[in-house]
Ligand binder design. Structure first.
Ligand code: ZN
Length: 287
């Protein structure tokens, strides 16, 4: 894992070095392919507006182009650096007069911003882990994440309540397994096999209906398996609630972003811009 991470970090630092050397199209497109989704969801989370999130992504890559020279890979990964750029780009996009609603948004109405880049990245990784679950698992977790009690989830999906309970349980466990690979989540403790009752997941998520919640609270006192499962699932449920919002950048944003970077390059150092040389660009892609 560490070796693969290091190789990826080197590869992405090389892409930034190519941008610093004046190459735009291929390295910007490659970093866009890898990070645009994350940057877009992050901007959506702090700005709450798709149009402003798109502007932020464009601005972020323009800033990457401007600062590619001084970028020092020893100080952090390209992914973390892009989040730093996105955070300042989003702050500036929000300040633009054209972005202001007629009644200025009070700071208290702005969704809470997480402080550290590490926390932001975790929220984005959690969203990607949810997106990678099976459609059935993703569906129940998205409804739970939206705060629906299990009886309403059952009604919404046209499923028996019991199916929603077990599906939520397996979905939360699947998310936990995915996060154990991607984020700082300890692996499942094999001392506690899947003996817990499925209500443990709804309990951890806070989506059990009133009667079920009361019964399960009483049951927890006498069931060590459920207590162990709840202890494992509560952090997963917490991470799900802190996940970045779902959302995909529109397909044409890549072309607009590349155009914005090219324009910034043309305005700032017209002589350094190379006419597009489509050949001779292979060799940096991993695997
Ligand atoms: Zn139990």
């Amino acid at each position: 894992m560490a070796g693969a991470d290091e190789r990826l970090a080197r590869e992405e630092a090389d892409l930034v070095a190519r941008i610093a050397a004046g190459d735009i199209d291929v390295p910007v497109a490659e970093l866009y392919r890898r990070y645009a989704g994350r940057l877009y969801r992050y901007a959506l989370q702090i700005l709450g507006d798709a149009g402003l999130a798109e502007e932020t992504v464009q601005e972020c890559f323009v800033r990457l182009w401007r600062t590619a020279g001084p970028f020092d890979p020893r100080r952090g990964t390209v992914g973390a650096y892009l989040i730093v750029l996105a955070r300042s780009a989003a702050a500036d996009v929000r300040k633009r007069p054209s972005s202001r609603p007629l009644v200025p948004l009070e700071e208290t109405l702005v969704p809470p911003q997480r402080d550290s880049v590490e926390q932001i990245l975790t929220g984005l990784v959690v969203r990607e882990a949810v997106d990678a679950l099976s459609p059935a698992h993703r569906q129940v977790l998205l409804l739970a994440e939206a705060g629906l009690p299990q009886s309403q989830i059952a009604a919404r999906l046209g499923l028996p309540l019991g199916t929603v309970k077990t599906r939520t349980f397996h979905a939360l466990r699947a998310l936990r397994a995915a996060l154990a690979q991607r984020a700082s989540m300890p692996p499942h403790d094999p001392a506690h096999p899947e003996l817990a009752h499925p209500e443990a997941a709804g309990w951890a998520l806070g989506t059990l209906d009133g009667g079920d919640a009361g019964r399960f609270a009483a049951h927890l006192r006498s069931c060590p398996d459920c207590r162990a499962a709840v202890a494992e699932l509560i952090p997963v449920a917490g991470m799900l609630k802190a996940a970045a919002p779902a959302g995909l950048p529109p397909p044409d944003l890549q072309a607009r972003t590349l155009a914005a970077v090219r324009q910034a390059a043309a305005e700032t150092r017209p002589t350094a811009q190379r006419p597009g040389a489509p050949g001779g660009t292979g060799g940096t892609r991993g695997c």
